[in-house]
Write a protein that binds this ligand. Sequence first.
Ligand SMILES: Cc1cc2nc3c(=O)[nH]c(=O)nc-3n(C[C@H](O)[C@H](O)[C@H](O)COP(=O)(O)O)c2cc1C
Length: 195
Amino acid sequence: MKVLGILGSPRPDGNTATLLRHVLEGAAAQGATTTTISANNLTVRDCTNCDGCKRTGQCVLNDDMQEIYSKINESDVIILASPNYMGGIAGNLKLVIDRLYLYISVTETGELRTTIQSSKNVALLITQNAPEEYTQYSAAFTPLRGILHLIFQGNFDTPAELLVAPSMKGPRSVADNAQLLQKAYALGAGLVQKK
Ligand SMILES: Cc1cc2nc3c(=O)[nH]c(=O)nc-3n(C[C@H](O)[C@H](O)[C@H](O)COP(=O)(O)O)c2cc1C
């Protein structure tokens, strides 16, 4: 069982990295092999909507996304982790997610389908300064969770799992929140157990 974490925070020891690490530890405790990719350290260009992937199944852009495609294809569980930046995900992770367009095909009747070879459990982790009560913040991620579920599980029906770490006061806030770390660990374990 392989679990891939894709980190969208530029801070290697910040809240998002810490939360992701605990999710992966939970997965590893269930026997999974875990890998983390930091999107901030890679060069991933914008999807150009050339539709080359629709003709060949390959992305024509020869950059670090090719390595991410390989890692995604060989993984059973995908975890995307980002700080909340201006009500959405960080730009470096957005570039990666846009390039997942490779896995989406549109039928003649306009329905979206995934081209992923094997389904994968998927979760989105978000850290943010806003408190939990800002429910509109979490709601803002619902469409993305639906798309992630479509890509990795084949349909929009259930949005991908979401774990939000609210009320961050500084880069060590998650590290000081034992309850949240426990939740993250349990999420990682659960994603592997459900596979
Ligand atoms: C450019 C930028 C935009 C941000 N926008 C928001 C926001 O819209 N809402 C929010 O609650 N926090 C926002 N934050 C705070 C971060 O989401 C929060 O501090 C997060 O935990 C940082 O994660 P990190 O420690 O992994 O870098 C923003 C931070 C930055 C740097």
